[in-house]
Design a protein around this ligand. Structure first.
Ligand SMILES: [Zn+2]
Length: 288
């Protein structure tokens, strides 16, 4: 179960990992908390759509098919836009939503799907986006509450086994910052709106415990990214050859939150290490 904020987070952030999991037979579910309406969209791409939200949800649908997601749960909050912008004050945006309400919705989804593993953003929301921070808080609270029988939703309680934050290996970020500086690009002012600060992202990186090798899945990953045409200006652009990319960024990193690691070092290559699958559910899956 991936709990993320915008249509494109799943592809830009975890496309390679999702492709790998699905290939291994894992059912991957996605919570997408907002409709992405604050994304900047070229007017010609809006043709045939009534709104940015409609376009972005259609792009998500395309990516969900490419990545073969089992199901997408759209929470329907308004995109808050970047931190400090007036759109963050909109009463219908995720940043203004009551965290208990968002948490409850996540608990209901966890109890329905019964995922073994939950993945969300780190506490800084990856790069500080308010929606990423909001869904991180709710998804994390929900992880602990879903197994609490006193938290009543009319469903049986269910505790997922592991909780992770997606992370970027520190070395990869440091290397990226150095390379940008060498090319005369300010790593603190990246992206279309110059509000992406790699140095701040690095300062807020949490330890990586799991390095998932996604290097065989770059093609799949790129196909899913291509679905989010309206956002590609702000998304990752891989202009380097595949061999160099395999050397530079072969891994997707994760911070293990539950069970808490004894040491802050990489000790896993798979999120499902140690996960036990209930025999009853295995029989059910075989019958399906
Ligand atoms: Zn996002």
């Amino acid at each position: 179960m991936i709990a993320y904020a915008h249509p494109d987070d799943e592809s830009f952030g975890l496309g390679g990992a999702i492709a790998k999991w699905v290939d291994a037979g894992v059912d991957v579910y996605l919570i997408c908390a907002t409709n992405g309406e604050r994304g900047t969209v070229a007017p010609e791409l809006l043709q045939g759509y009534n709104s940015i939200a409609e376009l972005r949800l259609a792009e998500l649908e395309c990516a969900a098919q490419k990545l073969r997601l089992t199901e997408v749960f759209k929470l329907g909050y308004k995109d808050s836009g970047m931190m400090g912008s007036p759109t963050c004050e909109d009463s219908e945006c995720l940043w203004q939503a009551n965290v208990d309400e968002v948490t409850r919705r996540c608990v209901e989804i966890y109890r329905e799907v019964q995922p073994h593993v939950v993945v969300t953003f780190n506490k800084y929301g990856g790069y500080g986006h308010p929606d990423h921070i909001a869904i991180q808080r709710a998804a994390t609270k929900a992880f602990h509450l879903a197994g609490d029988a006193n938290f009543v939703t009319g469903q049986p309680s269910y505790k997922p086994q592991k909780l992770y934050y997606s992370s970027i290996p520190k070395r990869q970020l440091q290397l990226g910052i150095t390379m940008l500086r060498l090319r005369g690009i300010d790593p603190r002012k990246l992206g279309r709106n110059k509000d992406l600060d790699l140095v701040k992202i690095l300062e807020n990186v949490e330890p990586t415990h799991t390095n998932l090798d996604v290097s065989r899945y770059f093609t799949h990953w790129d196909e899913a990214n291509q679905c989010h045409k309206s956002q590609l200006g702000g998304g990752p652009t891989w202009r380097m050859p595949l061999t160099l990319r395999r050397w530079f960024a072969p891994h997707q990193g994760f911070t293990r939150v539950v069970p808490a690691p004894a040491h802050n070092r990489v000790d896993e290559t798979d999120l499902f290490a140690g996960v036990t699958v209930d025999a009853r559910r295995q029989l059910q899956a075989a019958a399906d």
